[in-house]
Design a protein around this ligand. Sequence first.
Ligand code: CU
Length: 70
Amino acid sequence: MKQKSVKVEGMTCQHCVQTITEALKKIPGLDSVVVDLDKKEVDVKFDENETSLQEITGKIVEVGFELQKN
Ligand SMILES: [Cu+2]
């Protein structure tokens, strides 16, 4: 199980939280997702054999949010 934090732009309310949570939970191998609105962070735990951080961030973008550039 791998744990990662992703910085995400554009999350403003509980609806955004729900959209991301629902979308990510559909990914096979995604174990848990916690969205922190204040920190603009999405914490994910996933099985590396089934999915990847790339797939997860791709899904976040797909449902309408932007990844924060470092
Ligand atoms: Cu919202």
